[in-house]
Unconditional design. Structure first.
Length: 99
């Protein structure tokens, strides 16, 4: 079972989401996926507004979820459309796939 270290600055906070990109990877549950759409543009520093929704694309149908105020949406694609993907360090120890 994975765990997330809570930053000291949060004090006695009981709920902490961690990095939303890593959460999206885990919600994809081991299937092929990549961080896409506005979320990928945010990673590549191509947007100026804060992104409140995390988008990921997968050939598997995954229902949208909201966890601790962060919305996760999954776009379904054909398996042959999984290309042009690279790994991105979301944290010092965690990588995610991004278009």
């Amino acid at each position: 079972m994975p765990f997330v270290l809570v930053p000291f600055e949060l004090g006695r906070a009981r709920e902490y989401l961690g990095n939303p990109l890593v959460v999206a990877r885990e919600l994809a549950d081991g299937s092929d996926y990549y961080i896409s759409h506005a979320s990928a543009m945010d990673i590549h520093q191509m947007v100026t507004q804060p992104q409140l929704v995390v988008y990921a694309t997968s050939p598997k149908a995954i229902r949208p979820r909201t966890l601790l105020g962060t919305e996760f949406r999954f776009v379904r694609c054909q398996p042959e459309h999984l290309f042009g993907i690279t790994d991105h360090w979301a944290t010092k120890t965690e990588q995610v796939r991004v278009s």
